[in-house]
Ligand binder design. Structure first.
Ligand code: GLU
Length: 522
């Protein structure tokens, strides 16, 4: 292939199931390569497996690609010169060329029944050969074959494999010598007249002027068949690049048991797509020796196929999760809220209108949990109590309430101390100005505004007041804080307690303290 041709690559999924991690990585590498080369990335739907193809799967694949923010230049939904982009709609172009190959002796009709093919295979194996089609129809006289075809005898069309060896110059695997005797005279067209993958794919790649075929390692042998077919058709084949397998942590081929393998599951659980794209980009390629977090713009500047590793790449789901956490931490509060809102709404915790109406409060709420989640989907269960209250104390929280004698009285004293503080009111009567104070996770606050400079006390001031109370009662801070947290949240864990107090507001804190006091006196 001459390197001066404009680069055209394709992702050619079969819409027979949801978008798989491996497919998403293939699409991504094609997309990245097109971007680096100023080339065209097209999407072709390999839907010739009519029985297993469905519109649902196709939509799932397209949605998954859009979710990963990979757009295609040509494809089913974009009118372009090389269409149609559904293989089923391209059938008309296959038959005449297949007939020409038969006329030239590069392919031949095979009249063997499946049983005969099987019997031939077994016999060859018994005789110490490879279990392959015994090629008996290949030696039929052309005239005899022709007349049997014309008489309507059932037949497939097989490719007549040449003899010898071929060297495939793969852009990732390097030069690989293949003994052609190892490959069957493969079927190009079934007896019912439907063409098979290697035929359709080659003709479409040819007609769509594909310059580089980038796809998973499992297609390497198909690559050999396709190179031979390109040559038989009198064309130079495109360049091939077969990506390393994606492996599970045990080094074996990734399976559903080892990790979540369908992309939609990641989306539905609220993994940040930018983190996923970053992570997938590293499944076979490295940005540099130090950096693992980078933008796609940065990746485009550096990506090259010859730097893709040959050996399998391990999908480490813990690392993926870590990376998601990094991306979430780097989001602005507004972005985070935008991403989390659909999950809050789906859980029935609030409506989009409520979020829009009380944006500042919701931003404060999600910001307090920003460091504590790795997916957007993890956030709703953590904040449910602000929006819905809680039913029971978690066992550990209940233990914290009951650890010491006199906790009810301590909670009473805390409640009284709150009365003297300028706390913001609780929802739904909370005023917008309460949340003009921007909450950061307390340990990130560098400068606390002076007391009195904000309409309501800042969480740090609420914390100072609690310290004063602990001091006056001569108890450790923990002794005060643990039961209060349990009383206010029903849980033993969470973000800074004084952010919680601030977010809940005065009336709700009082209500929850009263509830704990009552529960303790039972
Ligand atoms: N439809 C094939 C698949 O999904 C395409 C393989 C190729 O890229 O040629 O595996």
């Amino acid at each position: 292939m001459s390197d001066s041709k404009p680069v055209r690559v394709r992702f050619a999924p079969s819409p027979t199931g949801p978008l798989h991690i491996g497919g998403a990585r293939t699409a991504l590498y094609n997309w990245l390569f097109a971007q680096t080369q100023g080339g065209t990335f097209l999407l072709r739907v390999d839907d010739t497996d009519h029985a297993r193809s469905s519109e649902e799967s196709l939509n799932n694949i397209l949605d998954g690609m859009r979710w990963l923010v990979m757009d295609w230049d040509e494809g089913p939904d974009k009118g372009c010169d090389f269409g149609p982009y559904f293989q089923m709609q391209r059938m008309g172009g296959y038959k005449p060329r297949l007939e020409k190959l038969v006329a030239e002796g590069r392919a031949y009709p095979c009249f063997c029944t499946p049983e005969q093919v099987q019997e031939g295979r077994e016999r060859q194996e018994k005789e110490g050969g490879r279990p392959m089609y015994d090629r008996r129809c290949r030696s039929l006289e052309a005239a005899e074959a022709k007349s049997r075809v014309e008489e309507g005898e059932a037949h497939t069309i097989r490719f007549a494999m040449p003899e010898g060896k071929i060297v495939i110059d793969d852009l990732i695997k390097g030069s690989v010598e293949v003994d052609l005797a190892e490959i069957d005279d493969w079927v190009m067209m079934r007896a019912d007249g439907t063409p098979l993958y290697n035929l359709c794919s080659t003709l479409d790649d040819l007609d769509m002027e594909i310059t580089h075929i980038i796809r998973g390692e499992e297609h390497f042998v198909n690559g050999v068949k396709q190179v031979l077919l390109f040559q038989a058709l009198g064309h130079e084949p495109p360049r091939f690049a077969h990506l390393p397998l994606i492996l599970g942590k045990n080094g074996k081929k990734l399976s559903k048991r080892m990790a979540q393998t369908n992309l939609p599951d990641y989306r539905d659980q609220g993994y940040p797509p930018k983190a996923i794209v970053n992570f997938f980009t590293l499944l076979g390629w490295g940005f540099d020796a130090e950096r693992e977090i980078f933008t796609m713009e940065e990746a485009i500047e550096r990506f090259s196929l010859d730097k893709v590793q040959k050996s399998g790449s391990i999908l480490d789901d813990e690392k993926m999760s870590w990376m998601c956490g990094v991306y979430i931490r780097n989001e602005s509060r507004a972005e985070l809220l935008g991403h989390v809102t659909p999950f809050l709404v789906a859980e029935g915790l609030c409506t989009e209108e409520e979020v829009a109406q009380h944006r500042a409060w919701f931003e404060n709420l999600v910001a307090c949990y920003q460091e504590r989640v790795r997916t957007y989907g993890e956030l709703p269960p953590k904040v449910v109590h602000y929006l819905r209250g809680f039913e029971d104390y978690e066992p550990k929280a209940w233990k914290n309430l009951n650890k010491k004698e006199g906790t009810a009285e301590l909670l009473e004293a805390y409640k009284e101390s709150l009365a003297a503080l300028a706390l913001p009111p609780s929802r739904p009567d909370r005023l917008d100005e309460a949340d003009t104070t921007v909450l950061l996770p307390t340990d990130k606050v560098e400068e606390v505004p002076a007391e009195g400079s904000t309409p309501f006390l800042y969480p740090k001031h609420i914390e100072n007041a609690a310290h004063a109370l602990a001091k006056s009662r001569e108890i450790g801070f923990g002794q005060l804080v643990h039961p209060i947290r349990a009383a206010l949240t029903g849980s033993a864990m969470g973000p800074s307690l004084f952010d919680v107090v601030y977010l809940l507001g005065r009336e709700e804190c009082e209500r929850r303290l009263d509830r704990a006091i009552a529960a303790l006196s039972k």
